[in-house]
Structure formats: C-alpha cells, structure tokens
Design a binder for this molecule. Structure first.
Ligand SMILES: Cc1cc2nc3c(=O)[nH]c(=O)nc-3n(C[C@H](O)[C@H](O)[C@H](O)COP(=O)(O)OP(=O)(O)OC[C@H]3O[C@@H](n4cnc5c(N)ncnc54)[C@H](O)[C@@H]3O)c2cc1C
Length: 540
C-alpha cells in the first residue's frame, strides 16, 4: 500500500485539463478521454455527463449535477447524503474495503471494540447525541471518578498535581488570550516554567504537575514536548458518552440512504489524482487505482475531498492543477497526531470494578540537586530505568464497566504509538505493558490472570489514515490559516471536508460530520440549487 502511494505522489500529470468548447458535452468526454489515456486500462465512469457545465456555476434545468466524494468516512458519508437528499447524483470513492474511516468497530464475542472514535464528546453541544435515543443506542457516560497511579501505586486523595496541571491549562489559555503576539512554545517547557515560578505549591506538586499535564497527550494524540502551548486543547468540564455497542451504528445511520444503490459507494478504489477546477469551467476527474491495479476515472461537476490531513500533508493524492497557495500553506501549518489503542482481554477482572478509567503518570526526572522527588512506600525502586510502559502517561479504559467484557483498553500517544503499532510480536507487546497491569491489581499479592487476546490499532502504519489518528496543534502551528483558506474557496468546485476542516469540534466525529454537511451546502449554493432545511442533526 505504501509503495503504491509513493509511486502516486511522484507521478507527473503532464496533460493539463482542457477548457470546454462552446458545446459542453463533447468537452466533458474529451477531458475524460485525455485523462483515461494517461492511465493504462483506465475505465472512465461518467462519460455521459449528468449535467452541463456552463462555467457560471448555474444549475441547468432538468439535468442532474454529479459530485464525487473522496472518502467514505463520516464527513464524506454526510456530504453525500445531504447532496443526494437535495437532488444531486453522488459517487463516494473509498480506498478501504469498508466504510467509516477512522470510525472502526470490531465485534468479538466479548462485545464491541472501537479502534478509532469511541466517545461522543462535548455532549451538551453535539447534535449527534440526538441519535442516541432515536436509534435506541445503549450508552454510558464514563466520567465517573478515575483512579490516578504513579509507579509507586495508587495516588491518594491529597494528590493535587492534577489540580496544578488544570491550573496551568487555565493559565496557558489566559496567557495567549492576553498576549496573542507572544511566540508559541511547547507545552512541556511552558509547564516547567509555570511550576518553577509558582510560589504556592508544594515540592511534590512542583515535580508531579508537569507529569499530570501529560494526561492531555491522550486527548490530543501527541507528546507535550511537541504540542503547542498557544493552541492547547485541554478538556476539563465536558462530558463524554461511550456507545456500548460501538460507534459503527452512527456510520450506518449516516450511510443508510446511500446504500440503496450499490453503485453509490465504490469500495476498494484508491484515489491517486484529482483534476479539478475552481469555477466549474472544466470537468473534474477523480482518478483511482483498484486493488488489482486497474485504473478507473470518475468525472463530476464537483469533488469533495475528505482524505485525512495526514494524507494531504504526505501528498498521497496529487492535485492537477496544484492546490492554491493559501490551502497549501494552511496544510503545512496544521499537524497530525497519533493516538493509539491496545485492547487486552484477560480470563478474569483483576482491576477495580468501580472506576471508569485508570490514569497513569510517569515519574518526574530527578530534581536538579539529585534528590528523589517522591519517596516510595512500595520501595521497589524506579521502574522507569526499564524500557516499559511506566515511562509514559496512559489512560486505560475499564471496558468491564461499559460492556461486561474482561478487557482493558490502554490509550497511548506519539511517539510511543508509532513504536507500539509497528510491533508484531504479541508476547513482546504484552511484556511491555505488563508492569501497568501489575499496578492495577486490586489484590497485588495475586498473579495476573491469563491473557486471552490482544488487539491494537495500526493508524500510524496506514496511508488511508494519513499515518496517524487526527489533527493536532504542534509548536508553531496556525490552524486558522487552513480554515481561512478553505473559507476563501467556499465557492470552489473542489471542496474539502473532514475533522481537520473545522475549528469547532476539530479532531472529533461531530466536527467531521458538520464539515461534510458544510461542503455539501457550499456546492449546492455554487450550483444555484435550493437547499432543504436540513435534518435533526444538521448544525445549521
Ligand atoms: C484512535 C482514535 C480515537 C479517536 N477517538 C475519538 C473519539 O472518541 N471521539 C471522537 O469524536 N473522535 C475520535 N477520533 C477522531 C474521529 O475518528 C475522526 O475525527 C473522524 O472519524 C474523522 O472522519 P473524517 O471523515 O474526517 O475522516 P476519515 O474517517 O478518515 O474518512 C476519510 C476516508 O477517506 C478514505 N481515504 C483516504 N485516502 C483515500 C484515497 N486516496 N482514496 C480513497 N479513499 C481514501 C479513508 O479510507 C477514509 O475512509 C478518534 C480517532 C482515532 C484514530
């Protein structure tokens, strides 16, 4: 798969798209033919245009517009269903053999495992929550009291490092609100300075608060050493809702209207190149490669590209002509993170049955004077001299409480995600994580029960996921540049959608969903078509 992509990104698309002649129909075929000859065995789909292209973006009476949507993730599916409902012919091109993209539920006899999105975030503002009662989805707000651990065991009620970390996050937001011209810096460095200057915290809190800040890594998917302090997304008050049966029910609902025609969603088609025009004066062509290496082209009045930010940044799809400068600049100033998950199934539940999450903070480095920061009652010495999971912040989900399965899901962030996702030996994998499970035992004198099964994510190995999980603000990023650029091109026949195309709910399913709807609406407006009033989950 990676090889296919590297070939793609180097391919020279030498023939520029043709301007239509005064007779529009022939020009559409011409453009398709020219492009199909540039690919061996290319089958051009849509040679009979469903609409005329008049260069003005006006709808032509009685002729259906066609839009090709690249990607059958939540944003692409939503875009397609909104367009279809409003009378547009849609074709969704998807590289995988399944729909859903970064929503991927696997089902075992123990229950559902969400390898990608698992929670509905910001539940007070998230319109998708309306689907929970409507579809009768079983849910659980897993925001009960978490247990905090260090390598020395369970932290007590007076462990205030987390509070100091929250205070730092407040300070960070205030600082950049009031000093917008101050240079960005990494979160790790900024929190170190914060605790050093803080005169009212204890020595232990000064040492542990920067460790507690690392909990944010499991939200943003990247390390505090890389994360931007200026754009730190820190979630303190919102509620999160977990769907016990898996997130795929939301994907299925979104895709339902598209599945009545089996030709609407084309699975196993990897898009390599998009020939596009901003103003509709030329036909758009989406060029794909199938698993058996044959090629297929799809012509359209417009294209919505929903491939992940990581894929755009790696230039895994080429654009002809190249993307406008403002969009290209925006792409370079918005980074991509890598949250990973590993599911461990055991023969028995050995952890607390009362708590939703177990949060682990790695030990701080020694203080400058070499003094040990935290004296261990366990007296086992520092585990952090060993190469294991205890050197990293983790958030572990208690699946037993959610689904009754004897499973824990450990969440990790980059750069550890890349390393773990590349591991193939399950024995080595378990050995790496085992010290964490030993800590979580409610009866520490007992041996751990047998491991039944391990399943891990592989987003960082996957070009269709852009080699990561979702967008992340790293030092020096300015995500508003991309969003402003997309807005400046809101009438373009090449639209972008996906979790990276929004400031609100960025990185989340409901954010991605809304961008699909927005891109569809932009096109309907550009086509001069009436829009319906939306449905119950519309954000407009
Ligand atoms: C581990 C993990 C945990 C997460 N947890 C949560 C959570 O709890 N809550 C939450 O709200 N969000 C979460 N997210 C984020 C959420 O999953 C995404 O924001 C959302 O699903 C993105 O949808 P999308 O449509 O933008 O992109 P995608 O779902 O990635 O859809 C893009 C589609 O394009 C396809 N594609 C890519 N390249 C090509 C190509 N060249 N040709 C054809 N098709 C292509 C892909 O296969 C994919 O199907 C998580 C993500 C991950 C990875």
């Amino acid at each position: 798969m990676a090889q296919l992509y590297s070939l793609t990104s180097q391919r020279d698309i030498s023939s520029p798209p043709k301007k239509p002649s005064s007779s529009l129909f022939p020009s559409v075929v011409e453009a398709s033919k020219d492009l199909s000859t540039s690919l061996t065995n290319a089958a051009t789909v849509g040679e009979l245009p469903t609409s005329t292209v008049n260069g003005q973006g006006e709808a032509t009476l009685g002729v259906k517009k066609r839009v090709v949507i690249v990607g059958a993730g939540i944003s692409g599916l939503r875009a397609a269903s909104v367009l279809q409902r409003n009378g547009v012919e849609v074709i969704v091109i998807e590289g995988r053999g399944r729909i859903g993209g970064r929503i991927h539920t696997t089902h075992t006899d123990q229950g559902a495992r969400d390898m990608g999105a698992a929670w509905m975030h910001e539940t007070s503002q998230n319109n998708l929550v309306k689907l929970i009662p409507r579809l009768g989805i079983e849910y659980y707000y897993d925001d009960g009291m978490a247990i905090y651990y260090t390598e020395h065991g369970r932290a007590g009620a007076q462990f205030k490092a987390k509070k100091v970390a929250d205070e730092f996050a407040d300070y960070c937001e205030w600082f950049y609100d009031t000093h917008p011209d101050e240079p960005d810096r990494d979160v790790a460095g900024f929190v170190d300075e914060f605790v050093r200057k803080h005169q009212l915290i204890t020595k232990d809190e000064r040492a542990w608060a920067p460790q507690a800040v690392k909990e944010v890594e499991l939200w943003i998917g990247t390390s505090v050493e890389q994360a931007s302090a200026k754009h730190l997304s820190y979630f303190i008050t919102e509620r999160n809702l977990y769907m016990k049966g898996g997130y795929d029910s939301i994907v299925d609902w979104t895709a339902k209207s598209l599945q009545s025609n089996p030709d609407t969603i084309r699975l196993g088609h990897t898009v390599e190149n998009i020939v596009w025009s901003e103003d509709g004066s030329m036909t758009n062509v989406v060029e794909c490669r199938l698993k058996d290496c044959t090629a297929a082209n799809f012509t359209a009045d417009a294209v919505i590209c929903t491939i992940p930010l990581g894929a755009l940044r790696h230039e895994l799809v080429s654009f002809n002509p190249p993307l406008p400068n403002d969009i290209q600049t925006g792409l370079t100033r918005f980074s991509y993170g890598a949250l990973g998950k590993i599911f461990f199934e055991f023969t028995d539940v050995f952890w607390s049955k009362d708590n939703d999450q177990f949060i682990y903070y790695p030990s701080p480095p020694e203080l400058e004077d070499g003094e040990e920061v935290y004296s261990s009652s366990a007296g086992s010495g520092s585990s952090t001299t060993h190469d294991n999971i205890l050197n990293y912040a983790t958030v572990t989900i208690n699946l037993w409480i959610m689904t009754g399965s004897k499973e824990l899901c450990v969440q990790i962030a980059e750069p550890l995600t890349q390393r773990i996702e590349a591991m193939t030996n399950k024995k080595d994998l378990y050995k790496f994580f085992e010290p964490l499970f030993k800590l979580y035992r409610t009866e520490p004198y007992k041996a751990l029960p047998s491991l039944v099964n391990i399943e891990k994510t592989n987003w960082t190995q996957d070009p269709l996921a852009g080699f990561g999980s979702y967008s992340a603000d790293k030092v020096g990023d300015e995500p508003s540049l991309l969003l402003e650029a997309l807005d400046a091109h809101r009438d373009s026949r090449l639209q972008f959608a996906g979790e990276h195309c929004t400031e609100v709910a960025n990185g989340c399913v409901h954010g991605a969903f809304a961008t699909g709807e927005k891109a569809a609406r932009n096109l309907l407006r550009a086509f001069g078509m009436e829009m319906d009033g939306g449905d119950e989950v519309s954000l407009f």
